[in-house]
Design a protein around this ligand. Structure first.
Ligand SMILES: C[S@@+](CC[C@H](N)C(=O)[O-])C[C@H]1O[C@@H](n2cnc3c(N)ncnc32)[C@H](O)[C@@H]1O
Length: 309
């Protein structure tokens, strides 16, 4: 039987550690139950009692907790990946022996690859999503390594991977550092798949903001995105520093930033600096649009062999 491994290092995330102990049956039923809650369907009293016991529903009010909302977000996000059939066919074509998914969350991508590669590793700063993915991978009998860590300091040797995936995660990272790291760990002739949010993603968020608070947050992200697009300088995002002890970005004087949108020219330059050149730009077929314009792009790049350059 194939079994996954997880490395949470010295993480003190108690919720993540307790999720390691949740019973298998509860883990197996978690997704359908959360989706039922989301759709307003009625759950059996025994199901509700269990969700209550593990902190997903509030005991007194029966309402979903902050932790439950977080888990629901993770499950909904997996659904978006599942709907991305272009990404699925790309995964089918990946013949590499060693694949790394940076910011892979629950590891949906590698858990759904048709053929198990020799080495499949997910790295993410979010311990709880890693634990959830690990528990699902155990039930699905997938040999995957779940690693808690920062994209800005990948704990891997140079030229180790045939393929590096970073899907809808680069805009949460310190991009210059993360792309340098991804290029470093990639083998010559290896492939990088980058799917990222463009400025239109931020504008769409602003147009659909549901509260003044979220409007201000999106405006802040848009401002820092524009700042990066014009000057090349990026405010260090929270995610990049929260795990500073395990890597991250050392400069932390200013760090109040969420996402920073990316642009094709900027990524092409950063990839080139890391020895990679863009080979294909794709507009995902199923992607949200803003004023008719796709909010995301995919960029596929290959690391140039020294002999070719
Ligand atoms: C929007 S989710 C995308 C997840 C998945 N790749 C997908 O396509 O649905 C972004 C992920 O990036 C992770 N992330 C953000 N900043 C990171 C960093 N500095 N290093 C590693 N992972 C990071 C988050 O924890 C989250 O799991």
């Amino acid at each position: 039987m194939e079994s996954p491994v997880i490395n949470l290092g010295d993480s003190l995330d108690h919720q993540a550690r307790s999720m390691l102990e949740w019973p298998d049956e509860f883990i197996a039923m978690l997704k359908p139950r959360l989706l039922a809650l989301h759709s307003g369907a009625a759950l059996a009293p025994a199901d509700l009692a269990e969700l209550n016991e593990y902190g997903i529903l509030q005991a007194q009010t029966g309402k979903i907790t902050v932790f439950g909302t977080y888990l629901l977000g993770v499950v909904v996000q997996e659904g978006w990946e599942e709907a991305d059939d272009e990404f699925m066919s790309l995964l089918k074509g990946l013949k590499g022996k060693a694949i790394l998914d940076v910011g892979g969350n629950t590891g949906w991508s590698l858990r759904h690859m048709p053929a198990s590669p020799d080495e499949a590793i997910i790295i993410d700063v979010d311990a709880r999503s890693l634990v959830l993915g690990y528990r699902w991978a155990r039930q699905e009998q997938r040999r995957i390594q779940f690693e808690l860590g920062c994209a800005e300091k990948l704990p891997f040797a140079d030229s180790r991977f045939d393929c590096v995936i970073c899907r809808n995660a680069i805009t949460y990272m310190h991009q210059r550092t993360a792309i340098r790291e991804m290029c470093r760990v990639l083998k010559p002739q290896g492939t990088i798949y980058l799917r990222f949010e463009r400025i239109w993603f931020d504008i769409r968020k602003l147009l659909h903001a549901t509260s003044l608070r979220s409007f201000c947050g999106h405006l802040r992200d848009l401002f820092w995105g524009l700042c990066q697009a014009v000057t090349g300088w990026q405010m260090v995002p929270d995610n990049a520093i929260q795990d500073r002890n395990r890597g991250g970005v050392p400069n932390t004087f200013f760090y109040r930033c969420g996402r920073t949108f990316g642009t094709l020219p900027q990524y092409k330059v950063l990839l080139k600096r890391g020895g990679c050149s863009a080979v294909e730009v794709l507009v995902p077929r199923k992607v949200a649009r803003c004023l008719g314009i796709p909010t995301q792009h995919c960029l596929i790049a290959r690391k140039v062999d020294r002999a070719d350059s």
